[in-house]
Design a binder for this molecule. Structure first.
Ligand code: DX5
Ligand code: ZN
Length: 220
């Protein structure tokens, strides 16, 4: 029921050649392109925003899986929708009060809503968002502290994935941070089906092989 989605994180790509990098990943079998949007406040790093999504959209029809590591996600819904984002995943840590309004706005703007949680956030905090009247359609379990690519996978986060998969058999569950050939088994076994991978894909001599290996692990 839950199909694998392999999402190379474009944070590890050559930003000066983003259109070509996106095409390369799609040609190598990527299902989604993971776009990390950081505001230098929610996380100690700055990356890209809606203007870059808008530029990239002119060069690809791929699903742009946007991960908003920002303190005020509501401020970016409209512009991200207009820019051509496909998925809009916000962090539960900054949407405790207004998540229902946020999810409705994301849907009205034509995007698929998702919720992410940092390693220190208990999984129970996202349950109401999955069970709400206007529910999120994906949960992103961070397997590193958000902010940077190339960090070490935290296997203890698999308890969250397992709990989510047990409760929600058909939910899209995404893992992000430190995923690659040596960690995919743990994530797949726990029940994740959407796999973000930055450094392991872009750093490989044959990125297409890594993408296929990730997919095979999720499928079995
Ligand atoms: C980290 C980002 C990730 C990051 C993953 O804050 O959310 O998407 O790019 O990179 P790797 O796969 O290298 O850990
Ligand atoms: Zn991410």
């Amino acid at each position: 029921v839950v199909s694998p989605k392999i999402a190379p994180s474009m944070l590890s790509s050559d930003f000066a050649n983003l259109a070509a990098e996106a095409k390369r990943m799609v040609d190598l079998g990527a299902d989604w392109l993971h776009m990390d949007i950081m505001d230098g406040h929610f996380v100690p790093n700055l990356t890209i925003g809606a203007p870059v999504i808008e530029s990239l959209r002119k060069h690809t029809s791929a699903y742009l899986d946007c991960h908003l590591m920002v303190t005020n996600p509501m401020d970016y819904v409209e512009q991200m929708g207009k820019a051509g984002a496909s998925g809009f995943t916000f962090h539960v840590e900054v949407a405790k009060e207004n998540w229902q309004e946020l999810v409705s706005k994301i849907k009205s703007a034509g995007m698929r809503p998702g919720v992410a949680l940092k390693p220190g956030t208990p999984v129970e905090e996202v349950y109401p968002l999955v069970e709400g009247e206007t529910p999120v359609e994906m949960v992103l379990v961070m397997t590193v502290e958000p902010g940077f690519g190339g960090q070490k996978f935290m296997p203890s986060m698999m308890d969250k994935v397992r709990a989510l998969r047990q409760k929600y058999p058909t939910l899209d569950i995404e893992v992000d941070g430190g995923l690659g050939p040596s960690t995919i088994e743990a994530a797949a076994e726990a029940g994740a089906n959407c796999i973000v991978a930055g450094s392991s894909v872009f750093g490989a001599p044959e990125p297409g092989k890594v993408i296929s290996l990730l997919r095979t692990s999720v499928e079995k």
